[in-house]
Design a protein around this ligand. Structure first.
Ligand code: FEO
Length: 401
């Protein structure tokens, strides 16, 4: 049975939730599920904006059929070729043989890469600023390369002042019957998952996101329709502010993200004591055990906080594997402009501090606070002074910055 929601008088959400997916893109856990959004416009011509992942194709086709209400499908606008949105295109074209695809030339190339279909005469190529009319509604196209793949584009419905934003402004989490962000407590309950989605999926491409945000700033917006998560019709400016911070690698708050890798608890012990010293100095701290919390959550928190403390034991003459994975992700997601302090441990030849410093020093705007604190097996009484000094330095930096 279909389940659809009206976005506007003419536009219907025809997407679906997936709550059985273990890992989005095979790597990011989604305990609250994820939505794949697709939208159908009823005008003089009918227009579908994107399709969905294969996991929800059955619901999707029921929804499209219901929303078409007996009409044929005239156009499919493709904004992004990642298969979580594009997998179902071939099946859609089989079911609706008269549909004309509207996309850019990079998307056309990827259609040929992903599918063996003869699309001769079925593709209308658009470029930046091109326009299109479906009758009452007219559209312009905005290219958005690397948000999150090179072919990505957005479509602006000039008539309804509505922007289809592809992956941008998406959120992890199923919709659960809701469609609009203002139908729930987005900033109270979902912001963390929106940040985790942005930082892990698009975080590497901050400058490209900034370029698109500049273009979007020129548009009057009543409604914003992303490919994941809720649609925005109220308080979008508050969400946009977060995007401006995340994409410019500006911390949301002056606080510490403290992550540690500890095999037998001695490195954890030092991390706990430092956390206590920081809190006593009025500093807010969130702690993560890298062997317990998946890296995507810690990366997200590192984007939120101004300061990072990373503490790792030495393992196989290197950084402990879960910390090494976290640092790999921080570097690959291009986390810039952070103040970082390091603690290493090693019972005979500690190397993790030097290796962590080398890996992180390539990130633009990184500043290290104090020398690496080096533990030999367990923290000793005479090293408390170094932890106090580090807590003093971080607290002073937070107060003065
Ligand atoms: Fe939701 Fe980049 O695909």
């Amino acid at each position: 049975m279909h389940f659809t929601r009206k976005v506007t008088k003419d536009l219907t959400w025809v997407g679906a939730d997936d709550r059985r997916l273990a890992c989005f893109e095979g790597v990011y856990g989604v305990p609250n599920g994820v939505s794949y959004n697709s939208y159908l416009l009823q005008d003089e011509k009918t227009v579908l904006f994107d399709t969905v992942d294969k996991a929800v194709y059955q619901t999707f086709f029921e929804n499209v059929k219901y929303a078409l209400d007996g009409r044929k499908l005239d156009y499919l606008v493709i904004h992004h070729m990642e298969p979580d949105h594009a997998y179902t295109i071939e099946a859609l074209l089989t079911r609706y043989p008269d549909v004309m695809i509207i996309c850019n030339s990079k998307i056309q190339t990827m259609l040929g890469q992903f599918f063996d279909m003869d699309l001769t005469g079925r593709v209308q190529i658009v470029k930046e600023g091109d326009s299109f009319s479906s009758g009452k509604h007219s559209f312009t196209f905005v290219m958005a390369p690397m948000v999150h793949w090179p072919e990505v584009m957005m479509t602006y419905d000039v008539t309804d002042k509505l922007l289809f934003t592809a992956d941008a402004f998406g959120t992890f989490g199923a919709l659960n019957g809701r469609l609009f962000a203002d139908e729930g407590d987005f900033f109270g309950e979902e912001l963390d998952e929106a940040r985790r989605y942005y930082t892990n999926i698009v975080g590497k491409y901050g400058p490209q996101v900034q370029a698109v945000l500049k273009k979007a700033a020129k548009l009057e917006l009543n409604t914003v329709c992303p490919l994941h998560g809720p649609v925005w019709r109220e308080h979008f400016g508050d969400f946009l502010e977060k995007y401006l911070l995340w994409s410019s690698y500006t911390p949301e708050e002056k606080s510490v993200c403290l992550a540690y890798a500890s095999v037998y608890g001695h490195t954890e012990n030092a991390a706990n004591i430092l956390a206590g010293r920081l809190v006593e100095r009025g500093v807010r701290v969130r702690m993560f055990d890298t062997s317990v919390t998946p890296a995507s959550y810690i990366v997200s928190d590192a984007f939120r906080c101004s300061h990072l403390v990373l503490a790792s034991t030495t393992y196989n003459a290197g950084i402990f594997v879960t910390m090494e994975n976290l640092i790999h992700d921080l570097v690959n997601h291009n986390l810039c402009n952070r103040k970082i302090a390091l603690i290493e441990n090693g019972s005979w030849a500690a190397t993790s501090g030097k290796l962590m410093r080398e890996a992180l020093s390539g990130l633009k705007g990184t500043e290290f606070i104090n020398d690496t604190i080096s533990l030999k097996s367990a923290l000793k009484e005479n090293q408390l002074e170094a932890l106090d000094a580090l807590a003093d330095a971080i607290a002073a930096d937070i107060k003065n910055s």
